[in-house]
Write a protein that binds this ligand. Structure first.
Ligand code: AMP
Length: 189
């Protein structure tokens, strides 16, 4: 499916979803988890079966021609979407987790996100050398989280073919930080 067709599908699904109607299902929570942050709460979308399915299907459509070997999910909310995509594409799921959660040998990367700092880890043997991967998270803010995940994938020999989000906060210019990658998002703010 070409990008144009995905754009068409984004703008009118059989159930009548488009970015504007999906945005109405997502809640803004001001001052969470810190003062000044407007948190995009996706839980109302997750419990809406057709809207949730539509969003997963759009990302799957984007990935399906890219010959992905693994979908990499970023803890925590990336874990909601990434295993569904791996299942849909019939490829493996690999977790990138917060510090201290993965049991075997890891590589780690410290990074800054919109509202703090954190460390991400990946198992050193998570993928085979040359594997083509898509990285998935719920939301792109400053891009620090996704860039750390991409760097970890590259450190263990993977090729980042796509980085995919439900939501992109365009005003934070995270896409600029990910300029070396193909970035796909469904809803832009
Ligand atoms: P960043 O590294 O700045 O791109 O931050 C992205 C990560 O932080 C993602 O895992 C998001 O789940 C989370 N995040 C950052 N800002 C927000 C926000 N305004 N609403 C919801 N989640 C956010």
């Amino acid at each position: 499916m070409t990008m144009t067709n995905i754009e068409k599908k984004k703008n009118s699904s059989p159930q009548g979803f488009n970015p504007e109607s999906l945005k109405k299902i997502i809640r803004d929570i001001p001052d969470f988890p810190k003062k000044g942050i407007i948190f995009k709460d996706i839980t109302p979308l997750l419990k809406h079966p057709e809207a949730f399915r539509h969003c997963v299907d759009l990302i799957a459509e984007h990935l399906k021609s890219l010959k992905i070997d693994y979908v990499i999910g970023i803890e925590s909310r990336g874990f909601i979407f990434s295993p569904l995509l791996a299942y849909n594409l019939n490829v493996g799921f690999v977790p990138v987790r917060k510090q201290g959660k993965l049991p075997s040998l890891t590589h780690r990367m410290a990074y800054a996100l919109e509202y703090g700092e954190a460390v991400l880890e990946i198992h050193q043997d998570a993928i085979h050398g040359g594997a083509r991967v898509a990285i998935v998270d719920d939301l792109l803010a400053t891009g620090g989280t996704a860039l750390a995940a991409a760097n970890l994938v590259e450190k263990i020999g993977g090729k980042v073919v796509s980085i995919d989000f439900l939501i992109e906060l365009e005003f934070l210019k995270g896409r600029g930080k990910l300029a070396n990658y193909d970035v796909f998002s469904i809803l832009k703010y």
